[in-house]
Write a protein that binds this ligand. Sequence first.
Ligand SMILES: [Zn+2]
Length: 140
Amino acid sequence: MKAKADAKSKRYDVLRSMLEDRRQEIHEKLRTLRETLPAEIAEVKDAEEQSVADFVQEIDFTLMQMKSETLAKIDDALRRVEDGSYGTCADCLGPIAEARLKALPFADLCRDCQEAQELRVAEARASEARLPPSELTPLG
Ligand SMILES: [Zn+2]
């Protein structure tokens, strides 16, 4: 149906520009961080310089990771628009609420499934925390 195809391509365009904005935003943040931090390092005393440099590298790495994860989500959302599965929960295959998609353009789970998943993650973390520390062999 033509009307449906139009709606789909409109949605694709809206989503695409939203995601492009997001991509741009991430890019800007990374650039700003790179420009700002070296100036701050220059003011740091020599002895502390190395640890600060390490710290910056760590932040940089974390940001790069966040960036690639977000970009992967962006690509995934666009792919789902293309294959028609966008807006469908990947878990229960139910529709994802429009309001949710507006707030979270890359959502691939409905709210219920997302909450269930977060609960599972939280439970997994809690049970990890309950594990006894690895056994240490006492020395001599
Ligand atoms: Zn679901």
